[in-house]
Design a binder for this molecule. Structure first.
Ligand code: GAP
Length: 444
């Protein structure tokens, strides 16, 4: 059991995530990823992109602008409908976002008083462009999806895609949340990994089901405990303004229970129809076989990258006792961990460091590797356990005699001896799920 506060402290201590602008007092809802965090975040992004775009023939990607004119957000319905209700505690002055069922009912957790209705907030960040005279009102995007719709025609005209097909995007989204909280869970600037998959109306329900499975399987394939994942269907009367059907993928966090990490929506033809209306451009799809012209329906999968990061961290974090001492282990999937392997010479002297560097230089071209020759090897193993490095390769005196090293596995702490020349192949096979004992007897 680890609290969200403890996780935030751990992430800061190890260099995963820092509160943003902390030396200037910080800013609630904004975080910076540190040296380890950025590696892990990039891994998550890359794996999502691989599974959604690179491994498929029916999805292409884009990278859209962060700022767009007001007309985009009028068309999408965000100017009119993207509204949060504000609740305020009369005693401690805390402000919270209330859903429509909570108004006049929900009580302040600290003071036990019903939150007073403080009106509404459109959480879009508004700014302006232009240097003189009347400036144009623009918004920072509150979701990445709209950049996909405004580029629908461009992609269609240039990529030879045929329905059903998808457009994917990973990038920043901005929401002026009333009460940013729970560390990376509710931020004001965050990353989304979104797919808009364009289909015929008659196939939408079936394809929606298929994407639900694909997305759930993705988390499981990367080591998230099945028992801590579930779907939650949105009540029809609570659907977002664009949705016909919606499910969340939820993860059970230690401290605050089941929470949404990804939203899947059947968006109907709402978005493209709206952009067609507001832009007065023809956004219909033409089927050159059947000669039909129509606005496609959209199946959306929308994952929060920071929530995925938090999910992987909570799922992996373990504290255990080894020989009377506390050991923290991040049991991350090796594809997600900041480093797949570490090269650790037993000592720095007698040519071991040079040998270690030689091995590191060769292996680092194939995977994220870490080199460390300072402090006792036991301490270095613990440090690697704490940041999720799956395999430690140790260079010792025997290495100089027979060109072998030890490979230590993070979770079991067991070791085998292997030849240096076999390491690239062994690491590849271990990463594919092969057991360590395949490559030698465990060292006693
Ligand atoms: N395009 C659809 C859309 O944006 P959403 O349910 O509002 O739907 C999708 O957001 C995902 O984005 C959520 O499941 C969550 O993972 C992430 N997300 C939303 N608001 C967030 C916030 N304030 N901080 C971190 N992640 C957030």
């Amino acid at each position: 059991m680890v609290s969200i506060e403890e996780m935030a402290v751990f992430c800061k201590r190890k260099g995963f995530v820092f509160p943003s602008s902390e030396i200037h007092g910080g800013l609630a809802g904004f975080f910076d990823y540190g040296p380890l965090g950025v590696e892990m975040k990039n891994n998550i992004k890359r794996l999502w992109w691989k599974s959604i775009v690179n491994d498929r023939e029916d999805v292409v990607g884009i990278d859209g602008a962060l700022i767009s004119p007001e007309s985009v957000w009028k068309a999408s319905g965000h100017v009119e409908n993207f509204i949060d209700k504000i609740g305020a505690c009369k005693k401690c002055k805390t402000k919270v976002k209330l859903d429509k069922h909570e108004i006049g009912i929900k009580k302040c957790e600290k003071c036990g008083i019903v939150y007073a209705d403080e009106g509404e907030l459109n959480p879009m960040f508004e700014t302006s462009v232009g240097s003189t005279g009347v400036k144009d009102k623009v918004y920072l995007r509150p979701e990445t999806a709209q950049m996909i719709y405004v580029n629908f025609k461009n992609v269609l005209d240039t990529s030879r895609m045929k329905i059903p097909f998808g457009i994917a995007q990973v990038g920043k989204a901005f929401r002026n949340e009333i009460s940013p909280r729970n560390f990376l869970f509710r931020m004001r600037e965050f990353d989304q990994m979104e797919l808009q998959y364009f289909v015929r109306e008659k196939n939408a329900a079936k394809i929606f089901k298929e994407w639900k499975k694909i997305r759930m399987d993705w988390y499981i394939s990367l080591g998230i405990d099945k028992k801590k994942l579930r779907f939650k269907e949105h009540d029809k009367k609570d659907l977002a303004h664009y949705a016909k059907e919606a499910f969340d993928i939820e993860f059970e966090f230690d401290e605050f229970g089941w929470q949404e990490i990804e939203g899947l929506h059947n968006r109907g033809d709402w978005d493209l129809s709206q952009h067609e209306k507001f832009s007065k451009q023809d956004l219909k799809y033409f089927d050159d076989q059947t000669k039909e012209k129509f606005i496609p329906w959209v199946v959306e999968t929308s994952s929060g990258l920071d929530r995925a990061f938090l999910t992987f961290m909570f799922n992996a974090y373990v504290e255990e006792e080894v020989k009377g001492e506390k050991r923290i282990v991040l049991k991350l999937h090796p594809d997600i961990a900041p480093f797949r392997i570490a090269i650790l010479p037993l000592v720095k002297k007698d040519g071991l460091a040079e040998k270690g560097r030689e091995i590191f230089d060769e292996l680092k071209t194939n995977c994220n590797a870490f080199y460390d020759d300072r402090s006792s090897v036991g301490r270095r193993y613990r440090r690697m356990d704490e940041i999720g490095t799956k395999w430690c390769i140790t260079v010792d005196y025997q290495t100089l005699e027979d060109s072998t090293v030890t490979i230590r596995e993070r979770d079991t702490m067991r070791q085998v001896r292997a030849k240096i020349k076999d390491l690239p192949d062994i690491i590849k096979k271990l990463s594919e799920g092969e057991k360590l004992e395949t490559f030698g007897n465990f060292i006693k």
